[in-house]
Unconditional design. Structure first.
Length: 458
């Protein structure tokens, strides 16, 4: 049975059959543009701008393991110094020891806008107790997809977890378990300060079930697992939901999500197929990544604006953070004269950067397939219930590289930097990409270093 897939717009319209092309930072499709549906605000060059919350700030206590009394004193010092009222304090579910969301009132402050307050704090050497960031909303734009809710989180969580599997965390819209036939979810019940955590967490709805009600995270997960199943690589997946059913997410939810992953004792390869532009001083997300550099490798999509993110004003994050344990991925397309690499040849030809993929010699590490992502989502309990999927974008190129990193992790010491280097070494160089991508590096599907992988026979 084929399903109707509903485009995310204000206009009620459905397409039968194909789950369509997705972008990961707020561009609407031509139907939406032609019908004047409002999308995120954009700058002069069309880059979507984050929607800053005018009375909120994300803070991180710089010193760990503070008592509640110590936190109270730090907050009071901040309030008195800047003449602000902290009207509400929120903490992340589960792991709330060092990060907070403050809702503030600036009526008595010398700062008119929250941007001024946060910028002043970042430029002031005396602000030694807390790191401050803006809170804002940004969006994953794509068609929506959902299963039948025929399976539960408990049914798909691995009962007896072994040390053989590579752990992959997907920070996204969640995962719809209906489309995965076996137990595959990371069992986190014994590694969380939330007593009812089973596998991952939903930081949108504040509960223990990160089921995907949008679709983007499910497709990302399926691209990853399709590759790992092909080569019989044992894995566990942990879904961490920070974007809602409309693909809308906040910086705060993403910070809580990455912090949740970092708090686990096990190492993870983390897929982040999303991004925001221009806000160059959002440091808390970066701090969490770097503090966990001994166990987290972040694979981050480069974005789909077709711009040079090395240029000031074009910055894209988290892909643009200069953290050593981040690998940033753009997208390539095959030309008519694509030729597969030959033995001992480090070069490939016939590949070019997808016109919508961002680029940059210092900000983007490699390109992977931008398109070529066509498969079926099959309901695990009803195999006749299928959804054909055909997508393109750096979100999905990113998922390809996450799968490659997971596939190769056993060939390394297992450290994030070793896995990152081995993953990049598995790619080839394309002459035409020199000046666009770091070392002109491309990661070609199913081909590692001059030899073709042999898939597992069915």
């Amino acid at each position: 049975m084929k399903k109707s897939i509903v485009i995310v717009t204000c206009v009620c319209i459905s397409l039968i059959g194909i789950w369509g092309c997705s972008t990961d930072e707020g561009l609407m499709d031509e139907f939406v543009k032609e019908n004047s549906i409002t999308s995120a605000k954009s700058s002069e060059n069309g880059i979507p701008l984050p929607e800053i919350v005018p009375n909120q700030m994300v803070i991180q206590f710089k010193q760990g393991q503070l008592t509640e009394e110590e936190k109270f004193l730090i907050r009071n010092e901040y309030k008195n110094k800047h003449q602000i009222d902290i009207e509400q304090i929120e903490t992340c579910d589960c792991d709330n020891d060092g990060i907070e969301l403050w809702t503030v009132n600036l009526a008595n402050s010398k700062f008119v806008k929250i941007e001024e307050l946060v910028s002043n704090a970042k430029g002031n050497d005396d602000e030694g107790d807390v790191e401050t960031d803006l809170n804002f909303y940004f969006q994953i734009r794509s068609d929506r997809i959902s299963g039948n809710y025929s399976s539960t989180l408990e049914q798909k969580t691995i009962t007896n977890q072994t040390g053989d599997a590579v752990n992959i965390a997907i920070l996204d819209t969640g995962i719809d378990y209906d489309f995965f036939p076996d137990q595959f979810l990371y069992n986190s019940s014994g590694s969380s300060s939330c007593e009812d955590e089973i596998s991952g967490w939903d930081f949108v709805n504040g509960d223990n079930d990160p089921r995907d009600d949008h679709g983007h995270g499910t497709v990302v997960a399926k691209i990853i697992t399709n590759q790992l199943d092909r080569y019989q690589i044992p894995y566990t997946i942990m879904a961490v939901k920070s974007f809602d059913s409309e693909g809308r997410g906040s910086y705060w939810a993403s910070v809580c999500g990455i912090n949740h992953i970092a708090k686990k004792n096990d190492p993870f390869i983390v897929n982040t197929s999303f991004g925001f532009y221009k806000l160059t001083d959002q440091d808390i997300f970066k701090n969490i990544i770097e503090a966990a550099s001994d166990r987290l490798l972040l694979i981050s999509s480069a974005g789909n604006q077709g711009i040079d993110t090395d240029i000031s004003g074009n910055e894209h994050f988290p892909s643009g953070y200069d953290s050593a344990n981040i690998l940033t991925v753009g997208g390539y397309i095959k030309g008519e004269y694509f030729t597969y690499p030959t033995y001992n040849d480090p070069y490939v030809s016939g590949l070019s950067r997808a016109s919508d993929s961002n680029y940059g010699t210092s900000t983007i590490d490699a390109l992977a397939p931008f398109d070529e992502h066509t498969f079926e989502l099959i309901d695990a309990l009803n195999s006749s219930d299928t959804i054909p999927v055909s997508v393109q974008g750096t979100s999905f190129a990113n998922a390809e590289v996450t799968a490659r990193a997971a596939q190769l992790h056993r060939e390394t010491t297992g450290t994030p930097l070793a896995i990152k280097q081995r993953t990049l070494d598995s790619g080839y160089r394309e002459y035409s990409l020199n000046g666009f991508i770091n070392n002109g590096k491309v990661i070609v599907r199913n081909i590692i270093n001059s030899h073709t992988l042999v898939p597992v026979s069915n």
